[in-house]
Design a protein. Structure first.
Length: 126
């Protein structure tokens, strides 16, 4: 498939795909005409990259997942390097949550109101 179709199917712009290619995350094959050519594996890579970016990963942090998929693993998160990125991101999310809870507690204290129950997360979930 050509770059426009890959972009449409993955829900990204062709500019994004060219950027991913420039970073080495996506490898285009070239047709005799010079057009980039992609297949379903490339669609899976782009989908993986975009889902990781949506979770807060940098493009560089997606590299172990891409390499894992390229190595033939069924999921980008099934390799040790990918798992290390996931653990690092989880630690960052936990730190953000702790900071947000501290800010919330300070705002409640400044208001002098009785604290409202925290939504979404029980204390033992953290």
């Amino acid at each position: 498939m050509r770059i426009g179709e890959l972009g449409r199917r993955a829900g990204v712009t062709t500019r994004t795909l060219r950027h991913d290619e420039a970073l080495g995350l996506l490898e285009a094959r070239r047709r005799a005409s010079g057009y980039r050519d992609y297949d379903e594996r490339d669609l899976a890579l782009v989908t993986e990259i975009r889902s990781l970016v949506d979770l807060g990963c940098t493009l560089e942090e997606t590299r172990p997942f891409v390499e894992c998929l390229r190595a033939g693993h069924p999921a980008g998160a099934s390799c040790p390097g990918s798992r290390a990125v996931q653990r690092k991101k989880l630690g960052e999310v936990d730190a953000w949550l702790a900071r947000l809870h501290a800010v919330r507690d300070e705002l409640v204290a400044q208001l002098g109101d009785p604290p409202a129950p925290r939504c979404c997360f029980a204390e033992e979930d953290r």
